[in-house]
Design a protein around this ligand. Structure first.
Ligand SMILES: Cc1cc2nc3c(=O)[nH]c(=O)nc-3n(C[C@H](O)[C@H](O)[C@H](O)COP(=O)(O)OP(=O)(O)OC[C@H]3O[C@@H](n4cnc5c(N)ncnc54)[C@H](O)[C@@H]3O)c2cc1C
Length: 370
């Protein structure tokens, strides 16, 4: 039996651990905080391949969406997965042109998208204030949805445990041990050493902190994001609605989650999340334009997260050159991609099958050939 250590229990590590254990590996997971104690708990968690060129990256994300959908058959019920699609309109003629081009491209690639009228928007989401849509074209992407990342990761880890996986919470990996060009296990804080045939690095934005050998680091270009959740609201919003003001989606119990990319650019990673941040009030003000019921309530919570993004923006999945027995899965859009990447990483690690779809995303692209 192949022994595998997985570092990190976010959406990626928990998905990888489940598929590894199911494929027959003896899996041990080390997580320094709690399940989804990192970026996965500070994610807008929109499951999509809405604007992810080139084609190979688009297809990878489509595989993520399909794998989320397929989990319903496997688990019977998937309360963490919210389908129903997303709705989008843009601000002005330049943005409308770009949106039209995007929709055409997505259609050519076979992605589900349709134009809807303001009347249809009203039928689907009666709480949305139609006057703010103006004359903007409205696009509807029926296959998209969003995820509750923490219940999802918990379900994957529960399923992994049924196949014998062991989860150690509150244990920080301080190094991946390398001997004779091979990863032999990990050292944890306090000095403990654990051996394994394969170590899988799923530590997200901390991926380079868990291995001291600098030559094995993956160049990262992280970005910061801010999310605001409202208190429970009298709204029946069901879908993700993406607008020039902000993006909004339900977040359970009547709460709404709000996000806006330009506002992200005004936040630094070391800022303490606080209800008093001007960005939080601004997001609520913007949301009230789209959903008047939001009113002027203070936010209920504010989250600040850092996206784990390999330097060229695309996923890094696979072995790292110069070392055997070491595999990384580091990516932005990890909520969308996690169930698919878990599946294919296990295929490669346990069954030794090379998954061609992963070839453009190999970590080797960051390392000069010898
Ligand atoms: C604001 C924002 C919005 C986003 N929106 C979306 C979206 O709409 N759709 C989408 O698909 N993606 C989105 N993302 C990206 C997505 O959330 C991430 O790609 C995903 O959560 C990464 O998951 P992960 O498991 O790799 O990382 P993490 O969730 O960070 O998991 C890594 C884990 O490793 C643990 N760890 C770290 N160091 C150690 C150590 N030394 N020893 C042991 N454990 C360790 C951490 O505690 C953590 O739990 C968003 C991200 C942000 C910040």
């Amino acid at each position: 039996v192949i022994e595998v250590i997985v570092i990190g229990a976010g959406v990626i590590g928990s998905s990888v651990a489940y598929r590894l254990a199911q494929a027959g590996a003896q899996v041990t997971i080390f997580e320094t905080h709690r399940v989804c104690g990192g970026t996965s708990a500070t994610s807008f968690a929109w499951v999509n391949s809405n604007n992810k060129p080139p084609r190979a990256y688009h297809d990878l994300n489509v595989a993520g969406i399909r794998t989320h959908m397929a989990l319903v058959e496997e688990f019977g019920s998937t309360p963490w997965w919210h389908n129903g699609g997303s709705i989008e309109w843009e601000a002005d003629e330049d943005a409308w042109r770009a949106q039209r081009e995007k929709v055409e491209r997505l259609r050519t690639w076979g992605y589900a998208v349709e134009w809807i009228s303001p009347r249809q928007l009203h039928d689907m989401e009666p709480d949305v204030e139609l006057s703010v849509v103006g004359g903007a074209p409205i696009a509807y992407y029926p296959d998209e949805g969003w995820l509750d990342p923490v219940p999802y990761a918990h379900a994957m880890l529960e399923a992994a445990a049924r196949f014998g996986a062991t989860l150690h919470l509150g244990v920080r990996v301080v190094d991946v041990r390398v001997y004779g060009g091979r990863a032999t296990g990990v050292q944890v804080e306090g000095g403990g050493i654990y051996g394994a045939d394969v170590v899988v690095n799923c530590a997200g934005r901390w991926a380079n902190d868990v291995i001291k050998t600098r030559e094995l680091h993956i160049p990262l270009a992280p970005t910061v994001g801010i999310l605001v959740c409202t208190p429970p609201m009298p709204t029946c919003l069901r879908r993700i609605v993406r607008t020039p003001y902000c993006d909004v989606r339900p977040d359970g119990g009547g709460r709404l989650m709000l996000h806006q990319r330009e506002i992200d650019n005004t936040v630094r990673a070391d800022v303490e999340p606080s209800l008093e941040l001007p960005q939080a009030a601004e997001l609520v003000r913007r949301a009230a334009r789209i959903l008047p019921n939001v009113g002027t309530d203070r936010p209920e919570s504010v989250r600040i997260g850092v996206r784990p993004i390999p330097a060229d923006g695309y996923s890094a999945v696979g072995p790292v050159p110069g070392i055997s027995g070491y595999y990384v899965v580091i990516t932005h859009s990890g909520v969308t991609l996690s169930p698919f990447l878990g599946h294919v990483a296990a295929e490669e690690i346990v069954k030794g099958r090379i998954v061609p779809q992963l070839e453009p995303f190999r970590p080797g692209r960051f390392f000069p050939s010898p």
